[in-house]
Design a protein around this ligand. Structure first.
Ligand code: PLP
Length: 406
């Protein structure tokens, strides 16, 4: 990886406490933003800003063009058939909630079933529990092995005549497990069941092609792929989106409104109520252009090398426990660990004092923590700008903290 890329991320040059430079290993929570993203957004605020879609004036049309060009950038990034299938949301969480709410309302009745997995983020659990409370659906949970892989023997038994949707993550934000979603989608489709893929942790790390996956819905967040906060995407096949009612009312989602009734706009606007975050869509498009300019395959190769190096170095630390698959072919750039009986909060806090940012806790996956029989972990997660020297700093930091506790 070209070291000059780090210069695109000014925050990486920050001194934290008296430590320089910052070692930022909390990328699964959110990535840092390159100048290109921030500058494109401030440029739009300074020179273009106007509300989109409804204006006849020059600025409004220019802002609308940028917003719709961003949608096209996302379409290309995911290889979706049509820009009508790309809905801007606030992030993965909102995308999943939208499907749970609107697909649930249109397609699910009391007693119908959704399948999720034991390694889901709360977003992909609680959205379905809300639907369960509203409509009496049932949630079935695919188990995982002790190593953190989905148990696929017996998956066929999870499909019943009442199964309406399978919703699962492509990559676990805790275990780093890369799930074989393409195979799982094929199995689900054999049972006539559509599939929602949570791509929050996959899109930043390797190429995603929604047509190749053949998924029915795909969700991701801008801020985890070098883009701004507050914007994400729901891809949905037109055939499903057409059959779903709107999510919220008002703004661009209407065609006509009268007190006796309202007709709804075409896709994707039917699902985009209110003023969209058109500045963030520009930022997201810039982020995807940035990823494309580095090359997603280059990013993947770099992060795989880094993950393998980190695993190798960390395994040499006495009393180190690493969660997730030992097979690195299916272990993405996320390493959750525990060292002896040092509490993950102590480890994270002390690493922070050494200028190393990791995440600690349950990582919004409490049911997974219960399955693993733990309260939480420390998690180091990598992005395109991380280096082997930063892995060395992490390992040295852990060894130092271990000595303090000895
Ligand atoms: N799904 C997974 C696998 C995640 O890792 C996250 C965030 O960490 C989410 C969903 C929720 O993403 P957001 O908070 O951006 O909506």
């Amino acid at each position: 990886m070209n070291c000059d890329l780090r210069n695109d991320f000014p925050i990486l040059g920050r001194k934290i406490y008296d430590k320089y430079p910052l070692v930022y290993l909390d990328n699964a929570a959110t990535t840092q933003k390159p100048r290109q993203v921030v500058e494109a957004m401030s440029d739009e605020y300074y020179n273009v800003n106007a509300n989109v879609h409804r204006g006849v004036h020059f600025l409004s049309q220019q802002a609308t063009d940028l917003h719709e060009a961003a949608r096209e950038t996302v379409r290309r990034f995911l290889n979706a058939r049509s820009a009508s299938e790309i809905i801007f949301t606030r992030g993965t969480t909102e995308s999943i909630n939208l499907v749970a709410s609107c697909f649930g309302q249109a397609m699910m009745k009391e007693g119908d079933e959704v399948i999720i997995t034991e390694m889901e983020h709360h977003s992909n659990i609680v959205s379905w529990q809300l639907l369960q409370a509203r409509q009496g659906i049932k949630i079935r949970v695919l188990p995982i092995t002790d190593e953190g892989e989905l148990v696929l023997e017996g998956i066929e038994d999870f499909f019943t005549p009442r199964t309406r949707l399978l919703s699962l993550t492509q990559v676990s934000n805790v275990l780093g497990t890369i799930n074989p979603v393409k195979d799982i989608i094929r199995i689900a489709h054999n049972h006539g069941v559509p599939v929602l893929v949570d791509g929050a942790q996959s899109t930043p790390h390797f190429r995603v092609d929604v047509r190749d996956l053949d998924c029915d819905f795909f969700a991701f967040s801008g801020h985890k792929i070098y883009g701004p906060t507050g914007i994400g995407v729901l891809y949905g096949r037109e055939e499903w989106l057409d059959r779903m009612p709107p999510y919220m009312g008002g703004g661009e989602m209407i065609k006509t409104v009268s007190f006796s009734g309202t007709t709804f706009n075409d896709l994707p606007y039917k699902f985009e109520a209110g003023t969209p975050d058109y500045i963030a869509s520009t930022g997201l498009a810039q982020a995807l252009d940035y990823v494309n300019s580095v090359g997603i395959e280059t990013i993947e190769a770099h992060e795989r090398d880094l993950t393998a190096y980190a695993m190798q170095c960390m395994m040499e630390i006495p009393d180190m426990k690493i969660f997730g698959p030992s097979n690195l072919d299916i272990h993405d750039a996320v390493i959750s660990f525990q060292v002896g009986n040092i509490h993950h909060l102590d480890m994270g806090t002390l690493l922070d004092r050494l200028g190393i940012a990791v995440r600690t806790g349950h990582h919004c996956a409490e049911p997974l923590m219960h399955r693993l029989g733990i309260e939480g972990t420390c998690r180091a997660s990598f992005a395109l700008y991380n280096t082997r020297e930063e892995v060395d700093a992490l390992v040295e930091g852990i060894l130092r903290i271990q000595k303090m506790f000895a």
